[in-house]
Design a protein around this ligand. Structure first.
Ligand code: DO4
Ligand code: MG
Length: 275
């Protein structure tokens, strides 16, 4: 089952049919006592609706915060050791990759998030910017994973590479995050074989493609959630991006007009253009 937030209300999709969700508060859905059972009952009782329009899909976020995990894939560890070696920061990335405590950082509020088809931005004071395609957990206030979406953790590699303490500036700025296109409602762990694919088009031509699978993710999603919820409350639930396993070569930087598509098969494809 997939849950969509659109400019015309909320819809649940099952087997190609869309059903209108009468609850019109996104926060009430995310904090629901049993969202899966509620949506299933709508599908079983309801008539498919013809009102769903993919053009009206919006980011699946209300008052939730977006958090992120870092250095959860070997590829991310290696790329960051390389980009920060002149600043002497490399050792930190190796240590956090192997440590028991994960790296968790604040990524965005809803106002900084774009939905499918919306713009993402590169910082005006950055010279080396990349998208980070990440499986993103959707978590209710009780710390239960209720579903999954696709996230793009836009990052300024030169700013983070200059000094790891600049991480919040490299990561948090207007439209530095995209989420969507829907929430795959499931409390089941996704199979390790699940692929994550990134494709970047420039002037209509493919500029970069990369792929990984969840088998490369070093940490269990439930462990990341457990750390995030330690001494930290989320009255509206929260999103947790699980880190990137795809880093384009060091010669690559995003440019205005680039189209970024991230596909995680059971969820869909999230496409955004660099503003
Ligand atoms: O350590 C900095 C951020 C890492 C990150 O965003 C990632 O690995 O995806
Ligand atoms: Mg990231």
């Amino acid at each position: 089952m997939k849950l969509y937030r659109t400019g015309d209300g909320h819809f649940v999709e099952q087997q190609g049919n869309y059903y209108r969700v009468p609850e019109n508060s996104w926060d009430s859905l995310i904090t629901h006592n049993d969202l899966h059972a509620y949506l299933q009952s709508l599908v079983e009782k309801g008539e498919p609706s013809a009102d769903f329009s993919s053009a009206k899909i919006e980011a699946p976020i209300g008052n939730q915060e977006v958090w992120a995990a870092g250095v959860t894939y070997y590829r991310s560890r290696s790329a960051r050791i390389e980009e920060s070696k002149d600043a002497g920061g490399g050792d930190f990335y190796d240590r956090v990759y192997s440590a028991e405590r994960p790296e968790l950082f604040f990524k965005a509020t809803a106002s900084r998030v774009s939905g499918p088809g919306g713009p993402v931005r590169i910082r005006s004071d950055a010279s080396w910017s990349v998208p980070e395609p990440e499986l993103t957990l959707v978590i209710n206030p009780r710390g239960e994973i209720i579903g999954y979406t696709i996230g793009n953790d836009m990052s300024s590699r030169d700013i983070e590479g200059e000094n790891p303490l600049y991480l919040p500036q490299a990561k948090v700025y207007d439209r530095s995050c995209a989420l969507g296109p829907c929430v795959l409602i499931s409390s089941e762990t996704l199979p390790k074989s699940t692929p994550i694919r990134l494709e970047i088009h420039r002037n209509g031509q493919s500029e970069f493609t990369g792929a990984t699978t969840l088998a490369e993710l070093k940490r269990e999603p439930a462990t990341l959630v457990e750390y995030l919820f330690r001494d930290n409350g989320f009255p509206f639930g929260t999103f947790l991006m699980t880190g990137t396993g795809i880093v384009p070569p060091d010669s690559f930087t995003l440019k205005t007009g680039d189209r970024i598509s991230i596909t995680i098969d059971p969820i869909g494809t999230l496409t955004n253009e660099v503003a």
